[in-house]
Design a protein. Structure first.
Length: 39
């Protein structure tokens, strides 16, 4: 069963677009993590 769905995510750092049009899905029972630089 789908628990979480994200579409069209964008990330700006100040005025610079650094991530564009990201999609993500997480299903029941899955373990997920998001890893990246700490700003």
């Amino acid at each position: 069963m789908l628990e979480l769905k994200l579409n069209g995510i964008k990330k700006y750092m100040e005025s610079t677009l650094v991530v564009k049009n990201i999609s993500f899905e997480a299903y029941e029972g899955e373990k997920v993590g998001i890893v990246g630089a700490r700003m």
